[in-house]
Design a protein around this ligand. Sequence first.
Ligand SMILES: [Fe+2]
Ligand SMILES: [Fe+2]
Length: 153
Amino acid sequence: MRHIKSYLARDHRDCDELLSAVEEAASTTCWTEAQSNANSLVSALSAHFAKEEQVLFPYFEGDDKTMAQVTAGLRAEHARMLSLARLLASATAWRDPRSVYDAAHSFYCVMVHHNENEERNLFTMSDELLGAQADRLIAQMEAVAGSVQGEQQ
Ligand SMILES: [Fe+2]
Ligand SMILES: [Fe+2]
């Protein structure tokens, strides 16, 4: 049986790697590569957030007010991260090193906190409470991510 935490944490690592690839390409003025990686980051984030917001979070929202507040906070951070990643993609299109640095730094600060929080709390809780349904939930998340990525092409 698969684990929700390792499945979703893998997406977090992939996004870390894409951000590093953007910064590395920008630092050597490989702007086409920087832009392509930034666009891939926006796409990967959109798919990952859809998995969480459409499949996982609803299991915790129900009647539990505290958990509903937790996921509302995470959803707000998703919106902030997506807008910073889009800003980063624009900065690579402008070929402006300062804007790339600023957007990458702001994005990184929000992402590190957000991902650590999810992995330590919500994902761990997900495997404890929903572990028996993990295979089905992961299949649903794959389907949601596929449709988001299909819309972006
Ligand atoms: Fe998240
Ligand atoms: Fe996440």
